[in-house]
Ligand binder design. Structure first.
Ligand code: NDP
Length: 296
């Protein structure tokens, strides 16, 4: 199958691309940068180039400026929105002009959709929460769902949890204090972190290509952890000498609104749809995931 991938050069894309190639798919990747091409991967820098590209069977739309890339000023928030919502809208409009419409339109979103849920377990049926992150996800999902009417595609939106792996993503930053023997967590540490190992995320996207589920699908491991539990598990694998939580007020001072939305708020998200459709996680628990990240 020929897949159009946006965000194919990022942390998730770098693991997804070789997996899709190994499955025998051909890829067109939309990227703002110039890249050298191979026989199985073509790059485009402008969406208009899609009209000349080989017909697209499936779209995987993951592009978006990093949420942790800068302080959330009005200007940066606009960048976060434009790189997801405007891009998705442009993508749908561009594909509408082509004769061949993708059957399946898979698009990114995040567990930020749920806002702050405290200890409550939430699945795909839970309504959107409040705050900038929830609004961003809501509008991103709406832009993607428009592909249903505009293109006649089955639309799957991926509510992705915090993606963990040895290199890249959130883990190296979460792990930094532990390198110096400091067990650390943001705020009370009782807030839930819904996470997924990057290789399970890639496997779940590949599973969804074969089982095109409609609507939102949570891409999170079945056992979310609290930050405190995460610190305890890391401390079993790396000797820590001192426990030093980062107080909420200091985090707010340093990071502004982003501190609450990305670190101090919690979401205890369950992958109900993936589980109901028979997806098996290779890394269902945080201890197994940390073993893989820290010892292999
Ligand atoms: P990265 O920050 O590693 O990569 C971002 C990707 O988006 C790059 O491929 C980049 O392409 C592309 N991109 C960024 N800004 C733009 C823009 N203005 N126009 C076009 N393309 C753009 O992200 P991840 O791989 O970690 O995440 C991919 C998506 O998944 C993101 O949308 C993110 O919000 C979402 N997600 C990620 C989570 C995580 O823990 N990693 C958790 C939940 C959701 P290039 O530079 O080549 O143009």
């Amino acid at each position: 199958m020929h897949i159009l991938l946006t965000g194919g050069t990022g942390f998730i894309g770098q693991a997804l691309v070789p997996h899709l190639q190994a499955m025998g798919h051909t890829l067109t990747i939309f990227s703002r940068q110039r890249h050298s091409e191979s026989s199985a991967v073509k790059f485009i820098q402008h969406l208009d180039d899609l009209t000349q590209a080989e017909p697209i069977d499936t779209v995987i739309n993951l592009a978006g400026e990093s949420l942790a890339g800068a302080r959330w000023t009005k200007r940066y928030k606009q960048k976060l929105r434009a790189s997801r919502i405007d891009l998705t809208q442009n993508l749908v409009h561009t594909l509408q002009r082509s004769d061949h419409r993708p059957k399946h339109f898979i698009s990114g979103s995040a567990i930020g959709w749920y806002g702050d849920c405290g200890e409550q377990k939430v699945d795909e049926s839970h309504p959107a929460g409040s705050g900038f992150g929830a609004e961003l996800c809501k509008d991103w999902e709406t832009a993607a769902l428009a592909a249903q009417d505009a293109l006649g595609s089955t639309v799957t939106v991926l509510r992705i949890g915090v993606v963990l792996d040895k290199n890249g993503g959130a883990f190296p930053q979460l792990f930094t204090p532990f390198r110096f023997g400091l067990a650390n967590w943001p705020g009370s540490g009782d807030q839930y972190l819904s996470w997924i190992h990057r290789s399970d995320l890639v496997a779940a996207i590949a599973f969804l290509l074969k089982h095109p589920l409609e609507g939102a699908v949570n891409l999170t491991a079945p056992e979310p952890t609290t930050y405190k539990m995460l610190a305890q598990e890391i401390s079993k694998l790396r000797k820590t000498w001192v426990t030093m939580p980062a107080p909420a007020f200091a985090m707010r001072l340093a990071l502004g609104e982003m501190a609450d939305e990305l670190l101090l708020n919690g979401q205890r998200v369950l992958p109900t749809k993936l589980a109901a459709n028979g997806f098996a996680f290779h890394y269902p628990t945080i201890d197994k995931t940390l073993q893989a990240i820290l010892t292999q």
